[in-house]
Design a protein around this ligand. Structure first.
Ligand SMILES: [Zn+2]
Ligand SMILES: [Zn+2]
Ligand SMILES: [Zn+2]
Length: 288
């Protein structure tokens, strides 16, 4: 299913697989418009599970990371062309930020599908991170504010990103014997006390588009650059398979392509979405 004209979600089906299939096809179509001569790469596909009080998941969403790169050489920005391709395919596009170092972020939405569009500094790489709505096989629940991959930080351990007390699910009590013994409900219904209703663990967590860690500078090099990749996209495909020391692989990678001492370096920086630790990888790209 690779046509943009179809119904995004087959509502007669359970939704999950048809929505995920539609999204992946739509993203690959859009990326192929931007990068017609050499197709885009599906860097990684995965899912986020959603839970309530029970550790057993009650629902999940599918996510895709699609990458486009231009032979690892500095080139003109493809960010505007990417946003145009989304608009022409019927998506609502909102540019979020452009950094003076050359990074750019935007959000594209189509019904309940959302895509984070990102271009790294040095225009070596454009990435599309797309996700479906959360699908619940059995329950009828609303959409959580965040799942692990879409949070601009680490999900609150207490409410798992919902932002409300999970015992009462944030509902007010009508009779005294219905009262939840959480602080939130004693003080009135609603918010998770641990995260003040934000769904994120740290109140200091900034929105995802605001760079949390510098891409440049002396602070960058923790290890010697690795070799073995010809393009920034190939290096990203490698990085996306690696896990943090905490075991989590989810990470909103930002990147810069830069010359240094006659070498072409692709740097990747991100905050782990499991433990918030800063992760970095640097690669020397092979010159042709
Ligand atoms: Zn919370
Ligand atoms: Zn409660
Ligand atoms: Zn981690």
């Amino acid at each position: 299913m690779t046509e943009n004209t179809g119904e995004p979600m087959d509502r007669s089906a359970t939704g999950t697989s048809s929505g995920a299939v539609w999204l992946k096809g739509a993203l690959l179509d859009i990326a192929s418009v931007v990068r017609p001569d050499r197709g885009p790469t599906v860097v990684r596909e995965w899912s986020d599970s959603v839970r309530l009080l029970d550790p057993e998941p009650v629902g999940f969403r599918s996510l895709f990371l699609i990458g486009m790169s231009w032979d690892g050489r500095p080139a003109l920005s493809k960010f505007g062309a990417t946003l145009t391709a989304f608009t022409e395919a019927g998506w609502d596009v909102h540019p979020d930020a452009t950094d003076q170092d050359g990074e750019s972020w935007a959000t594209a939405r189509h019904e309940q599908f959302e895509v984070r569009v990102y271009e790294g500094s040095g225009t070596g790489l454009v990435t599309l991170t797309g996700w479906t709505p959360v699908v619940y096989p059995e329950l009828r629940l609303g959409q959580p504010p965040f799942t692990r991959s879409t949070a601009g930080g680490v999900l609150c351990y207490d409410c798992h990103g919902w932002g409300v007390c999970l015992t009462c699910e944030g509902r007010p009590y009508e009779r005294r014997d219905q009262r939840c013994w959480c602080i939130a409900n004693n003080a009135g219904p609603g918010k998770c006390v641990e995260c003040a209703g934000r769904g994120l663990r740290s109140p200091a967590t900034v929105p995802w588009w605001r760079p949390q860690h510098p891409l440049h500078g002396a602070d960058m090099d923790c290890a010697a650059p690795e070799a073995g990749h010809a393009t920034a996209l190939s290096a990203l495909s490698d990085v996306a398979q690696r896990a943090c020391v905490c075991g989590e692989f989810r990470c909103s990678w930002r990147n810069v392509l830069e010359e240094e001492g006659g070498r072409l370096l692709a740097r990747f920086v991100g905050a782990c979405q499991g433990c918030d630790v800063r992760r970095t990888h640097t690669f020397t790209l092979a010159r042709s």
